[in-house]
Design a binder for this molecule. Structure first.
Ligand code: C2G
Length: 131
């Protein structure tokens, strides 16, 4: 039986922390499906527009060897629908979200992976702004 893994994220200013979490998520199953946050969701969540548009972020994440399919994540509340729609057996998120998605444990396995230390989109943006 093939095992489908699902994960979600903005993946703005794509960096090695994003790559590592996707590689580790893919290793937990046979097929990795990624929900990439819509621009509007990002603005609601973070109070700013992403640097790269959802179309660009979808293209980058979708081109990765470890990613089998991408879709737009329109809202955080639709997670259960996305899990069912994509037939996910495992939901994976970085541990900055630890405990936040435990309510879906009745629909699939929920796994939180350790974040890659010392790298983030915000830190990269701040670093570039300071150059
Ligand atoms: N990540 C990581 N290590 C980092 C930075 C990010 O492992 N140094 C992981 C996050 O934990 C997350 C994924 O990379 O699992 C995507 O991170 P973000 O783009 O910051 O995603 P976020 O805005 O948290 O969106 O429905 C949930 C949201 O859409 C998650």
């Amino acid at each position: 039986m093939s095992r489908t893994v699902i994960t979600f994220g903005t993946f703005d200013v794509f960096h090695v922390g994003h790559l590592r979490v996707l590689e580790r998520a893919a290793a937990l199953g046979d097929r990795l499906v990624v929900g990439v946050s819509a621009d509007a969701l990002n603005e609601r969540k973070k109070g700013r527009a992403p640097i790269f548009s959802e179309k660009e972020r979808l293209a980058i994440v979708g081109a990765l060897k470890v990613v089998d399919a991408v879709f737009v994540e329109e809202s955080l509340e639709q997670k259960r629908d996305y899990i069912v729609e994509h037939g996910a057996d495992v939901l994976v998120m970085g541990d900055d979200w630890a405990g936040k998605f435990d309510e879906y444990a009745d629909a699939c396995e929920v796994v939180y992976l350790e974040r890659t230390p010392a790298i983030s989109t915000t830190a990269i943006i701040e670093h570039i702004a300071d150059l």
